[in-house]
Design a protein around this ligand. Structure first.
Ligand SMILES: [Zn+2]
Length: 225
């Protein structure tokens, strides 16, 4: 728990600074006490109470800014958010991800690709380029599962689902005549399905079978669309 509490402390400091709070540490302690009170009143976990306060303060700040956040062209997920990158791609969004990428390389790559950084690392949000919004970034609580992470990103940027992309690499999926893929399709699938897609980037083969349908259903639940 202390890891999550620590992450929220850094996060709340960041939000209070953005809100130009005069007594930062006092404000922070007040928020932590409120989370504690909320958690014992509603019987929820402290992590949930912290997440609730984070969403409220973020929403209040967004209203104050009054400029709506445009939907970004692409995202760059930090090393720990590989699962989120896969689901964003399935939902039609370009999401870059590299395992074990360090902070400096991540910032450089996001800048180069004009991508919004998605991260659970509240210390990363304190880096000057991110704090000054030179590189746009969005913080996600390390307490969230991938379904809630995806829902929050959709909510924050007002995203809608688009044409699914390759979950493995994010490449575009192109329809291909099934005859051309005969040796790659399991014989039983070949008999009952006619539509096949190949990733333009990595060559991975996809078809709208039961696995595909399961992913689409799950995506619907995760994004509420
Ligand atoms: Zn691919």
């Amino acid at each position: 728990m202390s890891r999550i509490r620590k992450a929220y402390e850094t996060r709340f400091r960041h939000l209070l600074r953005q809100a130009r709070a005069r007594r930062l540490e006092e404000g922070l302690q007040r928020m932590l006490r409120r989370a504690q009170a909320l958690s014992s009143k509603d019987g929820t976990s402290l992590a949930e109470a912290l997440s609730h306060l984070d969403r409220r303060l973020t929403a209040a700040l967004r209203r104050r800014r009054s400029v709506p956040q445009p939907a970004p062209a692409r995202f760059f997920c930090d090393a720990g958010l590989g699962g989120l990158a896969r689901w964003l791609r399935a939902a039609g969004w370009e999401a870059l991800w590299q395992p074990a990428i360090d902070d400096d390389a991540l910032i450089r790559a996001a800048r180069q690709h004009q991508a919004v950084i998605l991260t659970t690392d509240s210390m990363l949000m304190e880096r000057r380029l991110l704090r000054d919004r030179i590189i746009p970034a969005f913080w996600l609580s390390p307490a969230l599962g991938v379904a809630d992470q995806l829902a929050q990103v959709f909510h924050e940027f007002g995203l809608v689902r688009g044409q699914p992309r390759c979950m493995a690499c994010g490449g575009e999926l192109r329809p291909v005549e099934k005859e051309a893929l005969r040796d790659r399709i399991p014989p039983r699938t070949y008999r009952w399905l006619d539509e096949y897609f190949v990733c333009a980037r990595c060559g991975k083969l996809y078809w709208h079978g039961t696995h595909w349908a399961r992913i689409q259903r799950q995506l619907g639940r995760m994004t509420g669309s």
